[in-house]
Design a protein around this ligand. Sequence first.
Ligand SMILES: [Fe+2]
Ligand SMILES: [Fe+2]
Length: 464
Amino acid sequence: METLDKQSALRLLTLFSGAVKGTAFYPDSHPAIRQPLLELDKILASALARNPSLSWGIIDGALFFEDHLFIAPSTAIVDLINRMMEKDIGRIIYSAGLTFDELQHLVRLFSVKTASFDKLLSLLQEEGVTHIRLLRNGEESFEEHSTDDIEAEVEGDYLATYGRALDAVRGVCRDIERGRIPNSAPVIKVVDRMVSITMQEHSALLGLSMIKDYDNYTYNHCINVGVLAMALGAALGLDALEVKDLGIAGQLHDIGKTMISKEILNKPGKLSSTEFDEMKRHAELGSKIIRDMDGLNPQIAQFVLGHHLHFNRSGYPDWARKLPFNQMIDIIAIADTYDAITSLRVYQYPFNPRAALNEMQKLAGTYLDGSLLVNFIDMMGKYPVGTLVRLDTNEVAVVYRPNPLDAETPMVKVLIEADGTRLSIPRKQPLVGQDGSRYADIVAIVDPALKNIDVGKFVAIGNY
Ligand SMILES: [Fe+2]
Ligand SMILES: [Fe+2]
């Protein structure tokens, strides 16, 4: 999932430059200004729907837009570079929520050749522009970003990583459908990135595991299982290579389903015993495919083979029950069960995160490894990421990060105010201030379905 392809980035910059030039000659309402602005607004809005922020700027005299560098620029881009240099602008950052009016203000300010950087800043502020930020040339130091900006950028990066993981698993499944041995490189690359994040802070990516997609369940489920298994592995103190194997095994654990008929996979009711036998083949089929893939630890194929064997080894494939398997299959089984029961399916209303953990406790010692489950529950915390809670202020908020120091005060974003107003931009609200002052206590868990809230959307993206 790329933020913006190079073609669209170029189109966007050209439109911007065109609108700026036009503003010198025509009033705002003239089609020569309005048309490019409308198109510009549309492209930006759709890219910002996938990313909390986007930016273009100048680096060593060349213009860059996100990952794209325009080394042999068009006239439109040269004009844009000149205007940015004149105004001493190093970078322009757009954040989600950007309005058409804000964009129009920026274009108008750009068309005034003499406006200095400070003047621009104060004019933007006067006009109430809050979703566009200008950085002075050379003002790229990390310290100057506010904590919120850093968090938003980091979470934007996490989201992009999630998108790349989805693309990688989709690619694997496409290769299987075409009868090819899947390319493992994209999966390895994205898991490497996830491992380095997880080894630093094992709960960092947990919010991503709340992204659910009813229509593409298998892909999201695979990524989520990978994220959860890696987090549990890291929390257990496994080393980076073991966590990486868990990530890859998680992301590939159900790829064998690509070879099972869609009627069986999507059947709303109970499967017949023949259908269930067919479904059970996915573990073995997946493991065979993985064995043929390049550059993967052969153990990964074993983890996938054993992911439905259960802790008491009463599961399937029957013939594999007596084989020696290590704890890794039980870690994946916990991640698999948690993601499965917190997702909406044709045959199942999802459990909220806390209820899911309670439900899983019933399986301790039989299907799931009880001691690993204790570790998992500890890691998820009293209010796991994605839990919707009511505060004693009567506000409704969603938990987006655990607080390892105090289970009672996880990090939350307020979604609904005390009077029932839904916030268009949820507010990050520390439950306890830095000086120790209390904002609110959590008094209840709220069912997201009753409030019609897609929790994953708010948990994963920093700015929302
Ligand atoms: Fe499975
Ligand atoms: Fe699964």
